[in-house]
Write a protein that binds this ligand. Structure first.
Ligand SMILES: *[C@@H]1O[C@H](CO)[C@@H](O)[C@H](O)[C@H]1NC(C)=O
Ligand SMILES: *[C@@H]1O[C@H](CO)[C@@H](O)[C@H](O)[C@H]1NC(C)=O
Length: 248
């Protein structure tokens, strides 16, 4: 079965694998020839994500909720966001609450697709920024809490085949996502050296204009979070042969 999408997201602490690993025995598998392959995938991927809430010793994965993101840099936008957002020691909460809306695989093109929705995603950690947003100056260095509500994510993964010891593995050359939150809230602490009135004011402006702000830098978030999914998906797929994932 395929956890690519979030299996990907899966996790971090992967042990070093000397050779091929197996999927946990209690995870569902799908047959490649199943006429209902897409339904099977959707169900099994979602179940795997929920099971991974506690990590998977078989795969050497620790829990990925929260997922640790040591560093994330979101560049300036082309519109109202004239500031680079530097995040450090972020924790991303909520991925294991994701629902998989659909998923499919194209063996000829070696592509995987999935759509998911995550009811509540929260990024918490340290930020620094100095620039302008919506024409207002914004300078800060402190803790932040960025919450995304009902975020639809489209996942498109492009694989290449590798043969190791006679078994076929997929590694992903590309993992692209689109992020579409229904709503976002920003809370940046310690803006303007802790000037509370100014800081509250800026947070309020950001929240009232969240969509304009997010749209301008959305590509940065998609690249940053997509890169994390990409890395994690490859960690799983590079150790589990394809025949373990989709039964032949
Ligand atoms: C983060 O912000 C959300 C939305 O404002 C809020 O519900 C949540 O309690 C905050 N969490 C923390 C840990 O500050
Ligand atoms: C996500 O995929 C769906 C179904 O293919 C499509 O309707 C939607 O426009 C896509 N969203 C984005 C942001 O590309």
């Amino acid at each position: 079965m395929a956890q690519w999408c979030f299996v990907g997201v899966v996790v971090v602490a992967i042990l070093a694998f000397a050779s091929a690993a197996r999927l946990p025995t209690d995870w569902g598998r799908c047959h490649r020839t199943d006429p209902n392959l897409e339904i099977c995938l959707r169900e099994n991927v979602e179940e795997a994500i929920h099971k991974l809430k506690n990590g998977s010793p078989e795969l050497g994965l620790s829990s990925f909720d929260p997922l640790d993101i040591p560093e994330l840099v979101i560049g300036e936008g082309k519109g109202t966001v004239h500031v680079t957002q530097h995040f450090k020691n972020l924790k991303l909460y909520g991925l294991t609450g994701s629902k998989v809306l659909s998923s499919s695989v194209d063996f000829n093109e070696k592509k995987l697709y999935a759509r998911s929705i995550t009811p509540l995603l929260r990024l918490q950690g340290h930020y620094t920024m100095a620039g302008r947003i919506l024409l207002l100056p914004i300078v800060g260095d402190g803790e932040c809490n960025i919450t995304l509500i009902n975020t639809k994510i489209n996942h498109t993964l492009t694989a290449e085949e590798k043969i190791k010891k006679g078994k076929v593995f997929w590694t992903f050359k590309d993992y692209s996502i689109t992020l579409t939150p229904e709503k976002m809230t920003y809370k940046f602490d310690n803006l303007f050296d802790g000037d509370k009135a100014l800081g509250d004011n800026i947070n309020q402006v950001l929240n009232e204009n969240w969509n304009e702000v997010f749209s301008d830098v959305r590509e940065g978030y998609e690249k940053g979070i997509g890169a994390i999914f990409h890395n994690l998906a490859n960690r799983v797929f590079s150790v589990v042969p394809l025949e373990e994932i989709y039964l032949l």
